[in-house]
Design a protein around this ligand. Structure first.
Ligand SMILES: Nc1nc2c(ncn2[C@@H]2O[C@H](COP(=O)(O)OP(=O)(O)O)[C@@H](O)[C@H]2O)c(=O)[nH]1
Ligand SMILES: [Mg+2]
Length: 166
């Protein structure tokens, strides 16, 4: 299977903006109503994680990808994921924090929220608007083992990239 990532996260968390930024496309203001496949990314509607009725859609879509991005909005005080959500999806996990440029962003809070969702893995702190941390995501989707990912994080030695393990 070609390496491909599914982005999941709450409504308005910045998923589609991140996808467009990663693919170098102009943002469209449209709300994501369904799955959007483009090249190596699958964008999902926020409702998929906000409503347990749709969890089976997440599970079904995960079969088509190698990696999953668990996305947390830095301006939000809550997580839309149930605790340890990544345990149910046997794919390589990547945490991404969005909107770190926002005046009300709280990156530490977002990191703590993601640590409740992911068992282990890299966390990338990003701003699509200011293009911060974005460059780490595509190379991470090329890596298939925890060892390689851990080494990648170590080698980059960036404030926008960390490895979490519990
Ligand atoms: N400050 C800031 N706002 C962002 C950023 N990325 C997205 N947004 C805003 O967050 C809102 C939701 O973005 P969208 O990508 O549609 O979220 P989605 O529902 O998760 O797909 C929009 O108003 C975006 O302009 C960012 O990097 N910084
Ligand atoms: Mg969207």
């Amino acid at each position: 299977m070609k390496n491909r990532v599914m982005i999941i996260g709450g409504v308005q968390a910045g998923k589609s903006t991140l996808m467009n930024t990663l693919l170098g496309k102009e943002s469209t203001a449209n709300k994501t109503q369904a799955l959007v496949y483009d090249d190596w990314i699958v964008d999902t509607p926020g409702e998929y994680v906000e409503n347990p009725m749709y969890y089976r859609n997440i599970m079904a879509t995960s079969l088509e990808v190698t990696h999953v991005i668990y996305l947390q909005d830095a301006t939000s005080a809550r997580s839309v994921f149930p605790p340890q959500f990544s345990l149910g999806i046997p794919k390589i996990q990547i945490g991404v924090i969005t909107k770190i440029d926002a005046p009300n962003a709280d990156v530490e809070r977002a990191t703590a929220l993601l640590k409740n969702v992911m068992t282990h893995g890299p966390i990338v702190k990003t701003s699509s608007w200011q293009k911060l941390g974005i460059e780490f995501i595509e190379p991470l989707i090329q890596l298939k083992t925890h060892e390689d990912i851990q080494q990648f994080v170590k080698d980059r030695d960036s404030p926008y990239l960390m490895y979490c393990s519990q």
